[in-house]
Design a protein around this ligand. Structure first.
Ligand code: FAD
Length: 501
């Protein structure tokens, strides 16, 4: 049985951190708007946003080496690191606003201060790290970063990594104390709990099976109750497709021209989780290494302290892998059914270009536990197999599109907002830097889809995000103010101690 329900202002598809963030922003900007959410699983934050499905790094380029590349003249390009750091400051400000307004109770339920470190081995990598440190530490966004190649200092910072390491290994690290571990699953659930109190209608176990344009320009959604199989039709003036890996199929169903010639390339992931509390206790920080030659940027190895369910854990990974599913709970037919007449050439071109990557991912999937342990031993030389278990992480779907620089079928590693020219529908594709920059990306959705409201909404946006529209790198006074206030509100107190030049 299908029936048309009354028209809603906004429908958010998917119960991940992106829909949660967009819903929370819109409820502050237009409290009178009616919002509905459809999530096909039983709870919010069960796919990529879940705490066990991602690495929980508050990405602000403090430790991720892939955000700073070496130019042909040997200098370090820090422009991407600056961009990502500024985007994370936007998230911190919005989360602080939610805490200050008592919309979120205890920030430590989702965010914890944690040193972010980069660690490299081998003379060439050590030279790169030193240059990176020199370039970043002069920048106000990265003040407080320390560098060391002194084994005694490194033993203080990363004892688990230094113990039993041959003394002739050249090794260096940088450390910055005000990094974060973010439990994006908890954050997502908190945001949806808050939205429920604001009368947002959240329907779990409801899958959106089709999205089509109605004659009045609004969008009609076919929504299936996954328990009963019954079908309802819902109508909205604005639809956000926040289905994570499920977004591409829904975007294709919408038929908007902006969604054509785009494909998706799934990359799965695994973490190793330490089950020995004595080992867990010996590490405190997120330590990012360098990606292996030929590895995609999202498989940079890192050894992370995590705070999940009020407990300290230790994770290593991610190991990449290949699966044709677009969601962890997706279907083996996801990849093949995403190939359409309008993107087949783009997909074929990418297939030809990315043979090496596909081969790499398949090899990664085939790794035995002992082979994965060998990779871990590059970080923890004396790691014991019995202390570590393998867990399956979330699924990412990288965007494939035709670009001027890369040509036909170019694989993208960032996130992309795809929206209709009239702003009535938008989808988020891709997964990196991901949840950390959710607030920045959802503001981009708002900007693209509601340009006529931006002037009216700007004062409220500035109240929530004081740096909105400003460059923090250039306005160091504002940067200092924001870093101090967000650190206090979110309990990330180390930032206060910084001295700004
Ligand atoms: C291994 C890994 C490590 C990562 N590490 C980090 C990190 O350290 N830091 C960071 O910031 N980001 C990280 N990310 C990225 C981050 O997890 C994602 O960018 C973010 O969670 C995406 O949120 P989302 O809301 O778009 O998608 P999701 O959280 O996947 O939510 C999408 C939701 O939509 C639902 N859905 C899909 N289709 C439909 C449909 N048709 N009808 C109804 N519901 C539907 C799904 O069930 C799901 O609940 C990582 C990702 C992975 C996979």
């Amino acid at each position: 049985m299908s029936n048309i329900q009354k028209q809603t202002d906004v429908i958010l598809i998917g119960g991940g951190v992106m829909s949660a963030t967009l819903g929370s922003l819109l409820k502050e900007l237009a409290p009178e708007w009616e919002i509905k959410v459809f999530e096909k699983l039983a709870n919010a934050g069960e796919e990529s946003s879940n705490e066990w499905n991602n690495a929980g790094t508050g990405h602000s380029a403090l430790c991720e080496l892939n955000y700073t590349s070496e130019k042909s003249d040997g200098s370090i390009d820090i422009s991407k690191a600056i961009k990502i750091n500024e985007q994370f400051q936007v998230s911190l400000q919005f989360w602080s606003y939610l805490v200050n307004c008592k919309l979120i109770d205890n920030p430590h339920d989702f965010i914890m201060p944690l040193p972010h470190m980069s660690m490299v081995q081998g003379d060439q990598n050590v030279a790169f790290l030193k240059k990176r440190f020199e370039a970043l530490s002069k920048n106000p966004l990265f003040q407080g970063m320390e560098y060391s190649d002194d084994p005694a200092k490194l033993m203080e910072w990363i004892p688990l990594i230094m113990q039993d390491r041959p003394s002739n290994d050249s090794i260096a690290a940088t450390k910055i104390d005000y990094g974060t571990d973010v439990n994006f699953g908890a954050l997502t659930r908190m945001l949806f709990d808050h939205l429920k109190t604001k009368n947002v209608d959240i329907k779990y176990k409801h899958s959106v099976d089709n999205v089509k344009r109605a004659s009045d320009g609004s969008w009609e959604l076919k929504v299936r109750n996954v328990d009963t199989g019954s079908v309802e039709r819902h109508n909205a003036k604005f639809v956000f497709i926040g289905g994570g890996g499920g977004s591409l199929h829904l975007l294709q169903k919408s038929g908007i021209p902006e969604g054509k010639h785009i494909g998706g390339f799934p990359v799965s992931g695994y973490f190793m989780v330490c089950n020995n509390p004595e080992v867990v206790a010996q590490h405190h920080g997120k330590v990012y290494g360098k990606a292996k030659v030929g590895a995609p940027p999202m498989s940079v190895p890192h050894l992370d302290t995590r705070f999940i369910d009020n407990k300290k854990s230790l994770l290593f990974g991610p190991f990449a892998g290949f699966s044709p599913k677009f969601l962890k709970t997706g279907s083996m037919f996801d990849l093949i059914t995403s190939v359409k007449p309008n993107n087949v050439l783009t997909m074929l071109a990418a297939g030809a270009k990315e043979m090496a990557l596909t081969k790499y991912l398949i090899q990664q999937v085939m790794l035995s536990k002992e082979q994965r342990m060998e990779e871990l031993r590059e970080f923890i030389p004396n790691a014991k197999s019995e202390d570590w278990d393998l867990v399956v992480a979330g699924q990412r779907v990288q965007v494939i599109k035709d670009t001027a620089e890369g040509g036909k079928g170019t694989l993208q590693f960032g996130t992309e907002v795809v929206s209709a020219s009239d702003g009535s529908i938008a989808a988020l594709l891709g997964a990196s830097p991901g949840a950390s920059t959710a607030v920045h990306v959802m503001l981009e959705v708002i900007n693209k889809c509601f340009p006529q409201r931006m002037k009216e909404w700007e004062p409220k946006i500035k109240e929530m995000i004081p740096s909105y529209g400003e460059s923090l790198m250039e306005n160091t006074e504002l940067l200092h103010e924001i870093q101090t206030s967000t650190a206090e509100t979110l309990g990330l107190s180390k930032k206060k101690e910084l001295v700004y030049s």
